[in-house]
Design a protein around this ligand. Structure first.
Ligand SMILES: Nc1ncnc2c1ncn2[C@@H]1O[C@H](COP(=O)(O)OP(=O)(O)OP(=O)(O)O)[C@@H](O)[C@H]1O
Length: 925
């Protein structure tokens, strides 16, 4: 170690730089260990103590007159004889490490030795020199900004106290995932200069627990940690600011001797035992680390080692000064000190530069980003920020609706379960009449509906009684009725919208008329009435065939409803296209931003006003209003009327007056352009809302359809026990499914990849659902929720960060993190679950280079499920993951019901992957 000018903090000390994944340089370096022998104290001199040790050179110390000289000779990075001043100890033993903090590298200086060996004396001197050098460096580097902070603690009887604020009492240690162990509520001061820093240090010294021992009148009875935090930032160019942060610890340990040696009793004895417990852990940690980190390192066994964990084999440069008395009477303790020093010099640390993203740089970056988004928003006025907010609000609304539906389904399930229990109770030997539900044969026959090898698992899905099915149907019927009512309201709203916004070109007018005609023809209400009246038979002898017929009727009605909504959506899209293109103006943007988009925007004041005060015959294709006839709506009856709207006058600048309103014939004078603009804005808002609502309805219909299919399957399966013909029919109707299966599976695999879905989930799903007709519902649901998830994440990604905060980043990053952990966990199983031959074969096949066993395993699992387009790769990945998890043996315990038909949306602050956690839990990942 060489002496360095404080202006140029050493970087040469960095040996064997390794590159971390983040690109930060890591230096592996042994702890720098020095030994300082103090002169005899006055007391020792008076006691005619003999000097037992000789510093033969700068690196070696030996016990004089020892029988085996070789065994009693010790070598270190530096040995300082009694004549050496503290300044030299600092320059040659500490400075290099201490000033690393100026370049962002954590540093710790320990003083270790028996009581009265000179630890405090030495530490006081070197702390003074170090802070003096730090401030000199700051003065010599005006281009850098520095912030120095100080905090200090002592560990006394295994209790951590704040030396800058002793009133707070014992402090707790907390585990921070990023910072490691932190001392809770430790006060930190920011001194304005070197003098103030020294002043704080003096306060700490004054607070420290000191007591009289036989060896030292003012013995430090605690471990003291003085911690400086050095933050520095340097401007590299106009854009980039590099910031570093590092801690510099000065640790003055309590005496390392045995309690007996200080002739301790009472308080001192108690202190001694605590001191020794901490020091014992310290020596154990050092010993274990010096042995090459084998086994468990007991950092957590004492507060001292917990707090200083990073300095012991971690991210820090460390120097230890071992102090010793030269007296012969202390030779044994001094030898122990040297043995400790010998172990310490074998410990390797891995220090790295702690670079942080400069806040200023971050702020600048964010400002730029905001400006960019703002510019983007101005360029495309149709997607104002308020839309993102509205999208979120709509999502919220939808989530609430879905939650309600889930609740309803849960209730339905509970009722069904209780009925099953009731039936089973009744079907005890005394009641054999229920053999359809009790006899194994019944179940086996029921399973034959699903066919294929997974019949055992399907049994769990299919065992349902007619009564529970009847309940299911009832619930669906209820949902369908609600849906029908909502659909009807949507159509009503649309009709009113169309009436109120009937303006624009001839094309638009024609489209509107067509749309209105479609609505009138729809009579959707009648159709819904047709299917909404299945009479439920609560008798256990419910006629299943009749139920199937009713369900099928319902199914076709739902299909019709779906088609109808499809037509409506197309029509409103077409209608939107036909609108005259107004030039966007700041006014219209502001207006549309201000408006809150609710599903029924029609009910806002503006629209009500339109209905009541304005004729709907504002034809803006020309500046004149020449048409006498126009559609209007009667606010009372919601029926269409042709009314006469004769303009009283008009003029060339587009202002007309005397428009007669249908209600009272009053006239007013308004700007046509203004009105057009107002109509357009209102129309656009309502259009967006209705469109979103229609999409939502369609989605819910889709769900309903799945549920119906599931029920129909179950009814058919039960019927199959009585009627083989019915079974044949089902098989026929499902034969087209096989054509669809491969396509759906490919889509699902791609979406898994895009949404960072757990690879265990992918594997299970992939292996469990292989095209069996009964898989149809699960495939549909999986595809549906993945599509929904992907859209959801895409929408979040597109929305303004200002509105969303870090929400999207959280969803995505937590999914990616979970996936990474999953892969790491799988990597650990590679050796135990794959034979050496299998591993070698895979490494070769997957082109994984020979680069350390650990890394090869990680590389292998990183490649699993990485190419969603290559079906062979997917199959191989699934096979490997299954093997690693012993999944092939576990399939008997895995039910398809684990992939339940739930549409649970993500809940705030909970990790994403709804409904899929159970699988990973099951596999103990
Ligand atoms: N290098 C030195 N030169 C001169 N005097 C020294 C030196 N080192 C220590 N001393 C003196 O030895 C005595 C004990 O030193 P110090 O209090 O620093 O020991 P310590 O190891 O901190 O003891 P404790 O563990 O009990 O706190 C003090 O009087 C101190 O002034």
């Amino acid at each position: 170690m060489t002496s360095k000018d404080p202006c140029t903090p050493p970087v040469e000390a960095v040996k064997d730089p390794l590159s971390t994944p983040g690109g930060v340089k890591v230096s592996e370096e042994k702890i720098y260990v020095t030994v300082r022998v103090r002169p005899l104290t006055e007391k020792e001199k008076m006691a005619n103590e003999e000097i037992a040790w000789q510093c033969s050179d700068d690196h070696t110390i030996l016990l004089k007159n020892a029988p085996h000289e070789r065994l009693n000779t010790y070598a270190f990075d530096k040995v300082f004889s009694p004549a050496c001043l503290t300044e030299k100890v600092y320059e040659e033993g500490v400075k290099d490490v201490a000033l690393s903090a100026l370049t962002g590298i954590n540093a710790t200086i320990f003083a270790y030795g028996q009581t009265s060996s000179g630890k405090t004396y030495t530490m006081r001197g070197i702390t003074k020199s170090a802070i003096s050098d730090i401030y000199k460096h700051i003065a010599n580097n005006p281009e850098r900004d520095f912030i120095i902070k100080i905090c200090a603690m002592e560990i006394y009887n295994e209790t951590v106290m704040d030396l800058l604020n002793p009133e707070t009492g014992a402090l707790r240690l907390l585990d921070d995932p990023e910072k490691g162990t932190v001392v809770d509520k430790l006060v930190e001061e920011i001194p304005k200069d070197c003098q103030e820093l020294q002043h704080f240090i003096n306060i700490c010294e004054a607070q420290r627990q000191v007591g009289e021992t036989i060896l030292n009148d003012a013995s430090s009875r605690s471990h003291q940690i003085l911690r400086l935090t050095v933050e520095s930032s340097v401007r590299e160019n106009m854009e980039c600011v590099k910031s570093y942060i590092a801690t510099l610890n000065f640790v003055d340990l309590a005496g390392s001797e045995r309690a007996s040696q200080t002739l301790s009793s009472g308080t001192r004895l108690k202190e001694g035992s605590h001191i020794n417990r901490s020091l014992l852990t310290l020596t154990t940690v050092i010993r274990k680390l010096s042995g090459g980190r084998r086994g468990h390192i007991p950092y957590r066994d004492s507060k001292l080692t917990r707090i200083l964990q990073t300095s012991l084999g971690g991210n820090a440069r460390t120097a230890i000064i071992c102090t010793m008395s030269p007296a012969l009477s202390h030779a044994e303790q001094s030898r122990n000190t040297l043995l400790f020093a010998g172990s310490a010099k074998e410990v390797t640390n891995k220090a790295r530069v702690n670079m942080v993203v400069s806040e200023r740089q971050l702020v600048k970056h964010l400002q730029k980003e905001v400006a960019r988004l703002e510019a983007e928003r101005l360029r495309s006025p149709e997607t104002p920020l308020s839309c993102s907010k509205t999208v979120l609000m709509e999502k919220d609304l939808r989530i609430k609706q879905l939650e309600m539906e889930v609740e309803a389904m849960k209730h339905q399930r509970d009722v069904a379960q209780s009925h099953v229990i009731e039936l089973q109770r009744k079907a005890q030997p005394s009641n054999m009449g229920m053999d359809l539900f009790q006899s194994p044969r019944g179940i086996v026959k029921c399973l034959s509906f699903s066919g294929g090898k997974k019949s055992k698992k399907i049994a769990r899905v299919s065992v349902k009684t007619p009564l529970t099915i009847a309940h299911d149907i009832q619930m669906l019927e209820l949902l369908q009725k609600q849906l029908a009512e909502e659909a009807k309201s949507v159509l009503d709203v649309l009709r009113k919208e169309v009436i109120c916004h009937r303006f624009g070109s001839q094309d638009a007018a024609e489209t509107l008329l067509k749309l209105l005609a479609e609505f009138n023809e729809t009579q959707i209400n009648n159709r819904i009435d047709e299917v909404g009246s299945i009479s439920m038979n609560h008798n256990i002898d419910v006629n299943l065939k009749e139920t199937i017929t009713q369900l099928n009727t319902q199914g076709s009605a739902i299909l019709s409803l779906e088609q109808q909504l499809e037509t409506v959506q197309k029509s409103i899209d077409q209608l939107m296209l036909c609108q005259p293109s107004f030039e966007s103006s700041p006014t219209s943007n502001t207006e549309s931003r201000k408006k809150k988009m609710l599903p029924f925007a029609l009910h806002n004041n503006f629209n009500r006003q339109n209905k009541e005060n304005f004729p709907c015959s504002l034809r803006s294709s020309s500046e004149k209003v020449t048409e006498r006839e126009a559609w209007s709506c009667d606010p009372e009856n919601d029926v269409l009327h042709n009314i006469d709207t004769t303009p009283k006058s008009n003029n060339s600048d587009g202002v007309f007056s005397g428009v007669r309103t249908p209600g009272n014939g009053q006239s007013s004078s308004v700007s046509v352009k203004k009105m057009q603009m107002m109509f357009k804005n209102a129309f656009e808002n309502n259009y967006q809302s209705i469109k979103a609502y229609v999409i939502d309805l369609k989605e819910r219909i889709e769900k309903l359809r799945y549920q119906k299919e599931l029920l129909v399957s179950r009814v058919l399966a039960l019927e199959a026990n009585e009627d083989a013909e019915c079974e044949m029919h089902v098989h026929d109707s499902l034969s087209s499914w096989h054509l669809d299966f491969e396509d759906k599976r490919k889509q699902i695999i791609m979406l898994w990849h895009l949404c960072h879905i757990s690879i265990v989930h992918r594997t299970q799903f992939y292996l469990l659902f292989t095209g069996d007709p009964a898989d149809q519902i699960y495939m549909e649901v999986e595809l549906n929720r993945l599509t929904w998830l992907e859209q959801y994440l895409a929408e979040l990604g597109n929305a303004s960060p200002a509105l969303l905060g870090d929400q999207p980043a959280n969803y995505v990053s937590s999914s990616i993190k979970a996936l990474k952990q999953e892969r790491e966990s799988l990597a650990k199983k590679v050796n135990s679950h794959l034979t050496p031959d299998e591993r070698e074969m895979l490494y070769t096949k997957w082109e994984i280079p020979l680069d350390g066993k650990q890394r090869r395993r990680l590389q292998l699992v990183d490649k699993l499920w990485s190419d969603p387009k290559d079906m062979q790769h997917v199959q191989e990945s699934a096979d490997i993951v299954a093997k690693l998890l012993g999944f092939l043996d576990a399939t008997d315990h895995i039910s398809k019901e684990m992939f339940a038909l739930t549409f649970v949306p993500p809940v705030d602050k909970k990790p994403w992957l709804p409904g899929w956690n159970a699988i990973t839990n099951f596999l103990h990942l």
